[in-house]
Design a protein around this ligand. Structure first.
Ligand SMILES: *[C@@H]1O[C@H](CO)[C@@H](O)[C@H](O)[C@H]1NC(C)=O
Ligand SMILES: *[C@@H]1O[C@H](CO)[C@@H](O)[C@H](O)[C@H]1NC(C)=O
Length: 184
């Protein structure tokens, strides 16, 4: 993947978690509204860097991740992705290190700057949900950010909202997985 200009790849995280939506009512006149996500981030930097870029092995990695394969769950857990109480997408890489931050703990307080639909061949979630879009998020300038500038969410599997709220609870969660490429 081409790094954003002037930046270097710091880590590749494999995210496993849920995309969350809210439903005002449980009938088809109501549409799910995206309210955030929660995912555990595993350090897949060495694993993914070792795969040939030309193969679809990377995609298969996230497809397997969505079914929580044993091999992938053995990757070190090194961070968490969540939306803070103000709704800001946040990436807490508590297990990450950097020459500038040798004691560890990198953080990205982010804002979304780019969206493109996942490819038609993207994996569905275990619940049949289509793959969420690929995204670009950048540092929002918060003092909480530490050592990271940008992240790409790619190779997504599952996570999309149901078409309507028919038959849904007030909080709808959809399992998803994705690769998060962190640059700094
Ligand atoms: C998303 O759902 C998870 C349960 O999977 C929950 O723990 C988390 O607090 C929710 N986050 C948001 C922002 O809705
Ligand atoms: C959420 O993150 C933003 C940006 O980093 C920060 O300004 C805000 O205080 C945070 N909100 C909470 C409730 O922590």
């Amino acid at each position: 993947m081409t790094p954003p200009s002037g930046l270097t790849l710091k880590y590749i995280g494999l995210g496993l978690g849920t995309q969350n939506y809210s439903c005002a009512t449980s009938d088809s006149s109501s549409m799910p509204v995206a309210i955030g996500a929660l995912a555990t981030l595993y350090d897949a930097t060495a694993l993914i860097a070792a795969l040939p870029a030309s193969s679809n092995a990377v995609t298969q990695t996230t497809c397997q991740a969505d079914t929580h394969s044993n091999a992938l769950s053995m990757l070190p857990r090194f961070g968490e992705h969540y939306f803070n109480a103000s709704g800001v997408p946040s990436f807490d890489l508590f297990g990450a290190h950097d020459a500038q931050y040798p004691t560890g703990g990198l953080f990205l307080s982010a804002r979304k700057t780019g969206v493109s639909p996942a490819p038609a061949t993207a994996c569905k979630g275990t619940d049949g949900a289509a793959a969420v879009p690929w995204l670009t998020l950048v540092d929002d300038g918060s003092s909480r950010t530490r050592g990271l500038k940008e992240v790409y969410r790619v190779e997504t599997a599952g996570g999309s909202a149901p078409a309507t709220c028919e038959g849904m609870e007030a909080l709808v969660t959809r399992d998803y997985s994705a690769e998060y490429w962190f640059y700094g």
